[in-house]
Design a protein around this ligand. Structure first.
Ligand code: UD1
Ligand code: UDP
Length: 375
């Protein structure tokens, strides 16, 4: 191909922004490419904090978030909005990451124009289209369109090969989340004030063991969220335990958590943290309770045990390595597994080993090379 390739990276939510900024940095620094960025604004505040810290500037911002947005309306607006940007930009490649509505719509809009799609974090499969919902199907749709699949691990690559994807276009690159975590950790080392906002809580809980919590999964809304809140209340009743819980901005999460945990001693429900502060929380906690995908990848890299509040995971590598454990959303199970880690030093040490099955921090560069090779 003559001249630099025009790469349009499309994303819209907090985790996509975190996992794509290292690639955008790499594309910008590489004269084989012209990098352009389209954000959908599927998330507003949570997206903007990552753009700010990473210095990524959007060339297009569709600003599509609405309060408590429904999946069908969101997807319809994404498809139209991203389509218009593609007509204007006419890129050589569209890059999408993971499994959100923005990623699936970005891939579809590119497919409708026969523009090749590069899928970052390709090949994750739980085997259950309702766990995670709707992400499992979003991934499969992107997987059937992509011209280049950047699988984070061998397991992910094998999942794609089992679906008869051409092996020549499936590459193991590692997960860019490790690039992002290493970048932010180095940034905090140089500028410690970037992560000093937790100092007051750190002082208040100085003699406690800290459990970090995040929760936002749609399939956990309702009973699952109630059970998670119940488990947190019971764990925080232990005198030596404190909980730090940055609460997702989704109103379906906020309503339940505020009603169930507001005013509970030693449960600090705080606003979502920007990425440097979240990295600090991972650093100071004893263990993480989460239904997040990204946190399942980051916590093992830092040697923090993760109890995963889901029925299945499309990231089995942490579980296989012994640093993550699936506990579902049954309150008794969550409490008993957390208690076991708090009470049994051997059980804790067995899980608290730094382990990095998800990447080595050089994924973005590998993806750049692949984009060149496949052009
Ligand atoms: C979405 C992704 C999910 C990802 C999660 C990460 C889809 C279908 N789901 O979740 O894969 O794991 O993001 O967090 O794409 N809100 C704000 N400000 C924000 C962000 C959200 O107020 O910065 C509120 C809004 O009311 C918004 C609601 O949260 O309508 C839900 O946002 P949405 O993108 O629909 O979240 P999820 O689908 O739950
Ligand atoms: N994260 C953050 N601040 C928070 C909560 C999470 O910066 O308050 C980061 C976290 O480090 C991880 C990503 O957001 O990289 C995970 O996002 P989320 O759990 O919302 O989505 P998922 O990974 O489940 O798609």
């Amino acid at each position: 191909m003559a001249g630099p390739r025009r790469i349009l990276t499309v994303f819209g939510t907090l985790p996509e922004a975190i996992k794509l900024f290292p690639l955008i940095h790499a594309l910008e620094a590489d004269d084989r490419f012209v990098s352009r960025v389209c954000v959908s604004g599927q998330h507003r505040g949570m997206l903007d904090q990552v753009l700010e810290i990473s210095g990524v500037v959007a060339d297009h911002d569709l600003d599509l978030m609405q309060p408590d947005q429904s999946l069908d309306q969101l997807t319809a607006r994404l498809l139209t909005g991203i389509g218009q940007v593609l007509d204007e930009e006419q890129p050589d490649w569209v890059v999408v990451q993971g499994d959100t509505a923005t990623a699936m719509s970005g891939a579809m809009a590119a497919y409708y124009r026969k523009i090749p799609v590069c899928h970052v974090e390709a090949g994750l499969r739980s085997g259950n289209i309702y766990h995670p919902w709707p992400e499992e199907v979003n991934r499969k749709v992107i997987g059937s369109i992509a011209a280049l699949h950047c699988a984070p691990t061998e397991t992910a690559r094998n999942a794609l090969l089992a679906e008869n994807v051409d092996p020549g276009i499936v590459h193991v690159t590692g997960n860019t989340v490790i690039d992002a975590l290493q970048w932010v950790t180095a940034k905090i080392e140089g500028e410690p004030q970037l992560a000093e906002g937790l100092a007051e809580l750190e002082q208040r809980f100085a003699h406690k063991r800290i459990i970090g919590v995040t929760s936002h999964r749609r399939e956990n809304f309702g009973e699952g969220m109630q059970a998670i809140a119940d488990a947190i209340r019971r764990l925080a009743a232990r005198p030596e335990v404190a909980v730090i819980f940055p609460v997702h901005l989704n109103p379906n999460v906020r309503k339940v958590m505020e009603a169930e945990l507001g005013g509970v001693d030693d449960v600090a429900m705080i606003e979502p943290l920007d990425y440097p502060h979240f990295a600090r929380l991972l650093d100071i906690c004893d263990l993480m309770l989460t239904d997040s995908g990204g946190v399942q990848e980051e916590a093992p890299a830092l040697g923090k045990p993760v109890l995963v509040m889901r029925e299945t995971t499309e990231r089995p590598e942490g579980v296989e390595a012994g640093t993550a454990l699936l506990v579902g959303t049954d309150a008794d199970r969550i409490v008993s597994e957390a208690n076991r880690l708090l009470d049994d030093q051997n059980a804790y040490q067995a899980m608290a080993r730094a382990h990095n099955p998800f990447g080595d921090g050089n994924s973005a560069e590998r993806i750049c090379d692949l984009l060149c090779r496949h052009s």
